[in-house]
Write a protein that binds this ligand. Structure first.
Ligand SMILES: Cc1cc2nc3c(=O)[nH]c(=O)nc-3n(C[C@H](O)[C@H](O)[C@H](O)COP(=O)(O)OP(=O)(O)OC[C@H]3O[C@@H](n4cnc5c(N)ncnc54)[C@H](O)[C@@H]3O)c2cc1C
Length: 430
């Protein structure tokens, strides 16, 4: 059953729902609206079927074929269509139409922006300046399946590769390239790897894991620019090295830029919708125009940009319920408590990581640690009064489910439980 916007199309025909962005959130929502009887058009710039972006590093590492990470297609039905390889270039809100780069205009009763995020290109010397602002050959972002396949082709055994950025994305890319046999240097400006999520002890274990795979890790290392070969006539400049702030030049035939992402909010901004860093949405995931919603990495709710898969999927599910549920019972989005999890498979010693909430204690907080260097296990939880506010697990993730539930629920911890039980209950169960 459709809600108010359906009236524009008439119940017999079903509401016209247009979703811009055929990634993880957009595709998930499209399937649910189609199942509820809406006429769904999904406009997706990437030319192929949707895939699980979180698993791209495993494709790059050669662990999965691209087909394995493909997401289920939309149902084959006359009222459901996916326009792949088509980019939305404008929204005419007065006429309720989305303009596309192939010239078509798609009318909507309800529009959902699920345009995701784009890699941040750092202001490095030598990075731009190619025709049409193209990056030098050999320099890649890591966001799409196309990026991943181009990297996989370029990263042959022995290739000198530099990954710029030591967050979750940079770590995943460095590990994957090393597993392909590339000679990898990871340059991280911060003082440790994944510093938004990990404390020094956990980051140290991660660093050890990468170094065992042959990755050379430099922390506190600022990249100043990329060096390129003089362009042969008619050809693109190709990267030859990465210049550090101290003037040292790392040899590089392949450079991966993993310097964070930024919401793709240009379409919304041009249409006059409220945009802060991301597209601003309220508790019903509505933008400043009630006929237009936004979900996933492009959306900003209560000042928060998540940039993670779990919130994007939760928003898609919730918006499906908002749009198809009975009037008068509109569920509200109150934010997602998102656990960050990373699995780094390796032939002999895989490494699992999970981090959530506030991992640095405030004055007065209790902190419990458990460290076992031989088994490469590290656990830490931060407790404020009688509540769990954050934690880090490395190695054996046994208690992650129980800890995540305690943190997500925000309920007081059982009275009288010694805090170290939070960490040890499942230890040894693996
Ligand atoms: C390599 C990698 C590893 C990651 N690992 C993790 C992880 O371990 N855990 C985690 O939680 N998250 C991870 N993420 C982040 C996660 O993938 C995102 O949070 C998630 O994909 C967000 O879904 P989305 O649908 O909002 O955006 P996306 O999946 O990016 O989809 C947006 C889609 O919209 C399309 N689009 C944009 N503008 C237009 C337009 N104008 N017209 C038509 N189409 C358009 C884009 O081409 C894209 O296909 C990772 C991301 C990457 C790149």
């Amino acid at each position: 059953m459709s809600q108010p916007a359906a009236a524009a199309a008439g119940p017999a025909e079903g509401r016209r729902a247009v979703i811009v962005g055929g990634g993880m959130a957009g595709t998930r929502l499209a399937r649910q609206l189609a199942a509820a009887g809406d006429r769904v058009t999904l406009v997706g710039e990437e030319p192929h079927a949707a895939y699980n972006r979180v698993l791209l590093a495993d494709v790059l590492a050669g662990r999965y074929a691209p087909d394995v990470i493909r997401l289920p297609d939309l149902p084959a039905a006359p009222a459901v269509r996916a326009l792949r390889g088509v980019r939305a270039v404008g929204v005419d809100r007065a006429a309720r139409r989305v303009r596309c780069d192939d010239g078509r205009a798609v009318p909507y009763d309800v529009l959902v922006l699920a345009t995701g995020a784009a890699p941040v290109l750092p202001p490095l010397r030598g990075l731009s300046g190619g025709a049409g602002g193209a990056l030098p050959a050999g320099v890649h972002a890591f966001r799409t399946l196309a990026d991943c396949l181009a990297l996989a082709e370029a990263a042959t055994a022995g290739t000198a590769a530099v990954v710029v950025g030591g967050g979750l994305l940079g770590v995943s890319a460095a590990r994957a390239l090393a597993l392909r046999g590339a000679r990898v240097v990871l340059a991280q400006q911060g003082e440790r790897l994944m510093e938004r999520h990990l404390d020094p002890a956990a980051a140290g274990l991660l660093r050890g894991h990468l170094e065992e795979l042959g990755v050379e890790v430099h922390t506190g290392c600022r990249v100043r620019g990329v060096r390129t070969s003089p362009p042969p006539p008619g050809a693109v400049r190709a990267v030859t090295g990465v210049e550090l702030a101290d003037g040292y030049v790392l040899d590089a035939r392949l450079v991966v830029l993993a310097c964070g992402v930024r919401p793709r909010a240009g379409l919304a901004r041009d249409a006059g919708l409220g945009v802060a860093e991301g597209v601003v949405v309220d508790d019903e995931l509505r933008t400043t125009d009630p006929a237009v919603h936004a979900i996933g990495d492009c959306a900003e709710h209560a000042g928060v940009l998540y940039g993670l898969a779990a919130p994007a999927l939760e928003q898609a599910d919730l918006l499906a319920r908002i749009l198809t549920g009975p009037a008068g019972h509109t569920p509200r989005y109150t934010g997602t408590r998102a656990l960050t999890r990373l699995t780094l498979p390796a032939a002999d010693r895989p490494l699992d990581l999970a981090a959530f909430g506030e991992t640095e204690p405030a004055p007065g907080d209790d902190v419990v640690h458990l460290a076992d260097a031989t088994r490469r296990v590290y656990r830490k939880v931060v407790v404020r009064a009688d509540r769990l506010v954050g934690g880090i697990l490395v190695g054996d993730l046994g208690p992650v489910g129980a800890l995540a539930r305690a943190w997500e629920g925000g309920a007081p911890l059982p009275a009288g439980t010694p805090l170290h039980h939070l960490l040890t209950d499942h230890l040894g169960g693996s």
